[in-house]
Design a protein around this ligand. Structure first.
Ligand code: CP
Length: 306
């Protein structure tokens, strides 16, 4: 198992043993996050965010600082030389000279693969188009493990924009490593792509549904996502689907008492604020876990941890 200098492009790049190793390493980062350390002293992470972000960029930056390293980067393309017409590859070939790893977010699917082809430092896919968000999937798994003390033998429902949601694509693939039963809940227009569905069904039991009513009493984990407005080619199509589902007290009436609700965030209106006060809500714990998981990823990729 070797993580040093490794690219993180897709969750599919990892075996189950490697995923479990990252989860274990994340646990060891929890006390370190309180005290801080200097294991990455002298190391620099570049955060190149060609698309907006709050959690991913800030947690990578915080993780780097907790480990004694530093960060450079941009989160607004208007302030980068991209604005002057510099192409993506030239940007990567420039930044690789200044940093030991690059956390990249981009609207184009395949951007992380292209960056990894050219960069001499590891690329960490921090969300590419509607394709993948592998580090979010690791946070999701870590949160499930921590909150439910297991991943195996759970019934997990993912509801929302399964078509464009990159976190859904990475999480669905990640879950195929475990003995779980998966329910994919969405309006017809937002169903998961056929290739991911087929691939997932070949490994774990999957049922597609258009609403939660029938299945909610059996679910252990409800993973909610927002409709990805920015990915719709036609705004009228988004307008038709907006508000197609919403989790509120009524939705949860028949849910198990210990069912947990996760959401990669940001949330728009798909979870009513009243749910935040219930014992089901674990999405802000999930956000907090992002720090530990990203500390683990940086520590492993930059060679401070084996
Ligand atoms: N979950 C997630 O990727 O959030 P941000 O877009 O705020 O980084």
């Amino acid at each position: 198992m070797e993580f040093h200098n490794r690219n993180i492009i897709s969750i599919q790049d990892f075996t189950k043993e490697e995923i479990n190793h990252i989860l274990k390493t994340s646990q060891t980062m929890e006390p370190i996050a309180s005290t801080g350390t200097d294991t990455l002293k002298g190391k620099i992470l570049a955060t190149l965010f060609f698309e907006p972000s709050t959690r991913t960029r800030l947690s990578f930056e915080a993780a780097m600082q907790k480990l004694g390293g530093t960060t450079i980067g941009f989160n607004d393309v208007e302030t980068a030389s991209t604005k002057k017409g510099e192409n993506f590859v030239d940007t990567i070939r420039t930044v690789e000279n200044y940093a030991d790893a690059i956390a990249l977010r981009h609207c184009l699917e395949g951007a992380a693969v292209v960056a990894a082809e050219y960069a001499k430092v590891p690329i960490i896919n921090s969300g590419t188009g509607a394709q993948e968000h592998p580090t979010q999937a690791l946070i999701d798994l870590y949160t499930i493990q921590k909150e439910k003390n297991q991943i195996d033998n759970l019934k997990i429902a993912i509801i929302g924009d399964l078509r464009y949601g990159r976190t859904v694509h990475s999480l669905t693939r990640a879950l195929t490593n475990y003995n779980v039963e998966l329910f994919l809940v969405s309006p017809e227009a937002l169903r998961i792509q056929e290739n991911i569905l087929k691939e997932t069904k070949s490994k774990i039991p999957v049922t597609e549904k258009q609403n939660l009513d029938e299945i909610i009493p059996n679910i252990d984990v409800l993973y909610v996502t927002r409709i990805q407005r920015e990915r719709f080619p036609d705004p009228a199509e988004y307008a038709k689907l907006k508000g197609a589902y919403r989790i509120d007290q009524k939705t949860l009436k028949t849910a198990k008492k210990d069912m947990i609700i996760l959401h990669p965030l940001p949330r728009v209106d798909e979870i009513a604020p009243e749910i935040d006060q219930t014992p089901h809500a674990r999405y802000f714990q999930q956000v907090g876990n992002g720090l530990f998981v990203r500390m683990a990823i940086l520590s492993l990729v930059l060679g401070a941890t084996k």
